[in-house]
Write a protein that binds this ligand. Structure first.
Ligand code: GN1
Ligand code: MG
Length: 382
């Protein structure tokens, strides 16, 4: 089932806050209403509706950056500004018209692209894409191709930005060895007394420990180049046109940082090949859909194939396994720490998320070889 923007009314206090911040941005018309957007595990997101003189209504996204997660929110904003303006510039040069199809920041009255909320917090305003929807679960290979193509196009568009233009806002975000160590520290502390309930999961992670170093070693050897990457390439960060079901744009640029292209492709694999939700409790339903993987590869290489080298292509199947283990470890760590990082809506949700990811990693491992051959075949045929 696709998600159309799911919103809920604001409390009186938040309504005042959102209105106050919205009016600080260069938005035309009169403020009508604000609503909360229910999505994402980290930031707080709102939708503001404005009315023009002729009665036309337009909507905008307002977002407060979570400063517990993003310790330097101004650096996040500099990265986002850099990437959105670069992409806009390139798309405009090529198409001579943005057509509302790229993510853009609206200026704040100070001329910067962010403002301070009452009582603190850094806020920014983005265009809202009307007529679009997202998917938590990919329904068919066409959508998978489209999503692969959209994230590949992103990689292609930023490939000429020098990596040192962009700041590493969350250090070692995808450093899987450090993610492993952090999990083991949480196990050692056992601050919530939850280690007893996760023995099987820990045993799986320990058994797969060698996996966490593979890309890091290839990077060290110089086989894998450092690029600008998106770093949060979940399937629901792709906007699809509601009528044509074509991918319109990728969103959520907060974690754009220097990284490996494989982290992006791997996270897309993790979230797209699974036929059920990230927090599915019935593990028998978690499976690897090889046809979806193939469509992701075809789509991604159609737009980013020009940029990637052979070492990157040869690890595309492995990257899905790696990022599934990585997220499994992150969710498990947060479960052991008492759910401090990822927002939860029910008890043990982070444990359910962890179990799903680890099951997925196991499934991908079974298919890794043929999938790897497939990616190389597609790349060579180009
Ligand atoms: C977080 O907030 P959201 O859903 O965009 C997380 C990602 C995880 C994802 C798992 C900054 O992203 O790394 O892959 O949850 N973002 C951050 O669903 O940690
Ligand atoms: Mg995100």
């Amino acid at each position: 089932m696709p998600n159309q923007t799911s919103v809920q009314p604001l409390s009186q206090e938040t309504a005042v806050l959102v209105r106050g911040i919205a009016d600080q941005f260069a938005i035309e018309g009169q403020y009508v209403v604000g609503e909360e957007v229910k999505s994402g595990h980290i930031n707080s997101t709102y939708l503001a509706t404005y009315e023009l003189e002729d009665g036309e209504r337009r909507r905008y996204i307002l977002q407060r950056i979570n400063e517990k997660v993003f310790k330097d929110p101004l650096a996040v904003m500099r990265n986002v500004e850099c990437v959105t303006s670069h992409i806009n510039w390139k798309v405009l040069r090529k198409k001579r018209d943005l057509g509302g199809q790229t993510l853009s920041l609206y200026p704040h009255k100070t001329g910067r692209f962010y403002g301070y909320g009452e009582g603190g917090g850094i806020w920014r305003c983005y265009n809202y894409f009307e007529g679009c929807q997202t998917y938590d679960v990919v329904e068919n290979t066409r959508q998978a191709y489209e999503a692969g193509h959209a994230f590949g196009a992103f990689q292609d568009l930023v490939s000429d930005l020098p990596p040192d233009e962009i700041v590493e806002t969350i250090p070692d975000f995808h450093h899987t060895r450090k993610r492993y160590e952090t999990l083991m520290e949480a196990v050692g502390r056992d601050s919530c007394g939850r280690v007893d309930g996760v023995e099987r999961e820990l045993e799986f992670v320990r058994r797969n420990e060698d996996v966490v170093d593979r890309l890091l070693q290839l990077r060290e050897k110089g086989d894998l180049p450092l690029r600008i990457t998106h770093n949060d390439t979940k399937i629901n960060n792709v906007l699809f046109d509601m009528e044509t079901d074509e991918a319109v744009c990728v969103i959520d640029l907060d974690t754009v940082m220097p990284g490996l292209s494989l982290y992006d492709f791997g996270d897309l694999v993790r979230t797209a090949i699974n036929p059920v939700a990230e927090d599915e409790r019935d593990l028998a339903k978690v499976e690897m859909r090889a046809g979806i993987f193939e469509a992701l590869v075809e789509g991604y290489l159609a737009s980013a194939g020009r940029v990637l080298n052979e070492a990157e292509v040869s690890q595309m199947a492995f990257s899905g396994r790696l990022i599934s283990i990585e997220l499994g470890m992150r969710f498990l760590t947060d479960h052991l720490n008492g759910d401090q990082y990822f927002r939860v809506h029910r008890e043990h949700q982070n444990l359910d998320r962890a179990r799903t990811q680890l099951r997925l990693a196991e499934q991908i491992a079974n298919y890794e070889e043929p999938m790897s051959r497939f990616a190389l075949k597609v790349a060579r045929a180009r």
